[in-house]
Design a protein around this ligand. Structure first.
Ligand SMILES: [Zn+2]
Length: 356
């Protein structure tokens, strides 16, 4: 999958595409960021861009296959002039296809085995192969997915290679926990940060690549914390249920200032009192509140994560002005933190219903 088909991360993709076109990709890269946001995809896209037989341009305005999302200011143009041209893979040539099918001889992926760790032997094998010239392509990529799972001696073996990188090989370390890498390994790599994805991007990916219906995709995205991986792990039914419950909570507390009525909202939120369930409902609540602040500011409805619920959300704005929405949003954040610290879901729900 070429850079242009990856959801989000535009500044990182721009940087990599430009480095490919200039031939200045650093010998060691560290992609740091949460699981399931596209780090491995980006590493594969980099391998394709480096080895593509018919590279294309990346960074032109409107070159994205992703959809109608407007291209934001930093990605591409000032006064209509593209400022960030780079190289992207075509996605169709034999090299691109072989890399996509994971059968290209010069793209090695090392990942934790059943034990959950990456053993010294796995790393030695990759290092040995990296010492030779690329076999079929121009550059070899060694992608270490879950680099924080490298056992200590494996990190040390890798460090020796990173100190004197073989000329045609690039090491890409992917990790959600860069702090678990040895400082010496970390200091050898050029670190790129991957943030959580926008919920609208998660939903678009679920629809486009995983055949979700719009409702299921939006619901799963709302409880995904910006991770496609997490959205796929979530049971869609539970996500849809969480978003429905969160909507009912807002409708209940919006309808009346009476504390008794608000505690009705708390009951809806607490549900069966299951911690995971309350957690999902809180994530859905914060997603809905974020959308309400978008609606209140009359910003472009394109950016709504729950665009399919706009008709349910709009009437709530009569009682939720901008100030109340922002306060509610930060209260939900505190509630999530409390659940994370093991507070009773029911007590948290009661507290939150009075804050909203
Ligand atoms: Zn190609």
């Amino acid at each position: 999958m070429p850079f242009r088909q990856i959801m989000g991360h535009r500044p990182v993709l721009d940087l990599l595409a430009r480095a490919v076109s200039r031939g200045s990709v650093p010998p060691t890269l560290i992609f740091a960021g949460p699981d399931g946001v596209g780090k491995r995809r980006t590493a594969i896209a980099l391998a394709q861009a480096l080895n593509c037989e018919k590279p294309e341009t990346f960074g032109r305005p409107h070159d994205s296959d992703i959809g109608e999302e407007p291209i934001s200011r930093h990605d591409s143009e000032i006064g209509g002039t593209p400022i960030s041209m780079g190289n992207d893979a075509c996605g169709r040539c034999p090299s691109c296809k072989r890399i996509a099918r994971a059968v290209h001889a010069d793209v090695l992926v090392v990942e934790p085995g059943d034990s959950g760790s990456i053993k010294i032997d796995q790393v030695r094998d990759a290092i040995d192969r990296a010492a030779y010239r690329p076999f079929e392509g121009r550059r070899r990529l060694v992608i270490i997915d879950g680099a924080d799972a490298l056992v200590g001696e494996a990190q040390n073996a890798l460090l020796k290679t990173l100190e004197e990188p073989p000329p045609s090989s690039i090491f890409v370390l992917l990790t959600a926990r860069p702090d678990l890498l040895l400082p010496t390994v970390r200091s050898r790599g050029h670190q790129l940060r991957f943030g959580a994805l926008a919920e609208s991007d998660v939903a678009a990916a679920l629809i486009k690549e995983h055949g979700f219906s719009e409702t299921d995709a939006r619901a799963a995205a709302a409880t995904s914390d910006g991770s496609i991986g997490r959205a796929l792990e979530e049971h869609t039914e539970e996500a849809v249920e969480a978003r429905d419950a969160a909507t009912r909570v807002l409708q209940t507390v919006a309808a009346s200032a009476d504390p008794r009525r608000r505690l009705e909202g708390a009951k809806v939120l607490a549900g069966s009192g299951d911690r995971e369930e309350v957690w999902r409902r809180l994530l859905a609540l914060s997603s809905l509140l974020r959308d309400m602040s978008v609606l209140a500011s009359r910003a472009d409805e394109h950016v709504l994560a729950n665009a399919d619920l706009a008709t349910e959300l709009k009437p709530l704005l009569r009682s939720f002005d901008a100030g109340r929405t922002v306060r509610a949003f930060s209260a939900v954040d505190r509630a999530l933190a409390a659940i994370d610290r093991n507070a009773s879901p029911k007590i948290v729900a009661d507290w939150l219903a009075l804050q909203l």
